[in-house]
Design a protein around this ligand. Structure first.
Ligand SMILES: [Mg+2]
Length: 426
């Protein structure tokens, strides 16, 4: 693209022109006034998908254009999402990819009725939206975080989501913690409720739990969990952040009781102690314990986060960029939480494409605290993208400064791990 100096007068003139024809000044122009000269030049020609098989099927999205430039994004890794993407794409053919938030609103509001904007639909839209930001960055020759409007930090702190040894014996849990610490991570999360409802649904027999459905935690389980945490804390020291995920399983009283028992451990957070449907129930726990409460991976868009934030029902919000609606929506959720001085962690367990997209949100969001990592133990996982040097180092995610997402897919690795019977963006 031709470069020239862009004056404040130019910006005001173009912004006024854009405002006359659009609902508002595009985010790309707000963040980068020179983007106004590029509006309308590139058109979307196709949107394609590819599925990479790891623990789950990563749903990757590619937006192609008449300029030859393309964008890569990632939707959440669950069923039905690919179908949504292909249903939505017809609305975007021949459109200007720089009008990201306008397309986002159109996708959200023309795909379903207001009030049912959640689940696989917003996850699909998140994949398209994030690919659009990669593409916009490439068109405008800037990293995504520039287009999101801020750069608060140079590197993105990561917490390591550990494996669960599924035993009441603290020793294997301590071994896992020390392994993660030796990898350089300064924050780690544990799935202590290995006899949760997920185990029951998978058909694993309960040893300590009495019932699969009544949301209770037995006193024995609570003491087992506490002893495991005490052993981990003693082994890793006080300068390592420890968190626990309860997977939205438990009744308010039992969850509160365990949160209070865990107070001497000084957790970074206790995640999802109660189901996501009732912020008042979670607010009762949050108000009654010194253990910080986190939630968000099952909430979609600002609409569902708003009561949790306004009621201060949690201490930390944790949206999933690939579920909740995309990069800009996640930043908006983080900015809303910042009005109540609530920090934002970002939940993710997709491919490096999704992790890097979340990394740009993390860089651009004042309230960001830590980014989840998952799948790092899969040897080829980081090689899904081309990047010289370690993507993760000393507990931080490296955020490239190249245009867009900052990386390209490694086609050879992707093709070697395609979901059987699927194609690579064909
Ligand atoms: Mg979780």
């Amino acid at each position: 693209m031709q470069k020239r100096s862009f004056t404040r007068r130019d910006f005001l003139a173009v912004a006024a022109g854009a405002a006359a024809t659009l609902a508002s000044v595009p985010q790309v122009v707000k963040a980068l006034p020179s983007a106004a000269t590029e509006l309308g030049k590139v058109k979307i020609t196709d949107i394609k998908t590819a599925q990479i098989q790891a623990r789950y099927a990563f749903n990757l999205v590619k937006i192609e254009t008449d300029s030859g430039l393309y964008g890569i994004g990632e939707a959440f890794a669950r069923v039905g999402i690919i179908e949504h993407i292909h249903a939505i794409k017809e609305r975007l053919i021949a459109q200007d990819p720089l009008l990201v938030e306008t397309h986002w609103s159109r996708m959200m509001e023309s795909s379903t009725t207001i009030g049912s904007q959640a689940g696989s639909l917003t996850s699909a839209i998140a994949g398209i939206e994030s690919a659009m930001w990669d593409l916009a960055g490439k068109i405008l020759n800037v990293p995504i975080y520039v287009l999101l409007g801020a750069k608060y930090r140079d590197k993105v702190m990561v917490y390591f989501d550990t494996g669960a040894p599924r035993t009441a014996d603290p020793s294997p849990w301590v071994d896992e913690a020390m392994r993660v610490k030796s990898l350089g991570y300064k924050s780690m999360k544990f799935d202590l409720d290995w006899e949760g409802r997920g185990a029951g649904l998978a058909g694993r027999p309960y040893k300590y739990r009495r019932d699969m459905w009544n949301r209770s935690i037995t006193s024995l389980e609570m003491h087992q969990w506490l002893h495991i945490l005490e052993a981990i804390r003693k082994a890793v020291g006080d300068d390592i952040d420890l968190s626990v995920d309860l997977h939205w399983e438990y009744n308010t009283r039992d969850a509160l009781r365990f949160a209070q028992m865990a107070e001497p451990i000084h957790l970074l957070f206790l995640e999802d102690p109660t189901p996501p449907g009732n912020p008042d129930a979670m607010a009762r726990i949050t108000a009654a314990t010194k253990t910080p409460i986190a939630t968000g991976e099952n909430l979609y868009t600002r609409d569902q986060f708003r009561p949790y934030i306004e009621k201060q029902a949690c201490d930390i919000i944790q949206p999933d960029t690939q579920k909740t609606g995309g990069l800009l929506e996640t930043k908006r959720i983080g900015d809303l939480a910042d009005l109540y001085y609530l920090p934002m962690c970002i939940h993710t367990y997709g491919s490096p494409v999704g992790a890097l997209g979340s990394g740009h949100v993390a860089t651009a969001s004042r309230s960001f605290l830590q980014l989840e990592s998952d799948n790092i133990d899969i040897p080829w996982w980081t090689h899904v993208v081309q990047w010289e040097g370690p993507l993760y180092q000393d507990g931080y995610l490296t955020l490239p400064d190249a245009p867009g997402l900052g990386v390209e897919l490694n086609e050879e690795v992707c093709r070697a791990h395609l979901v059987p019977g699927t194609t690579f963006f064909e």
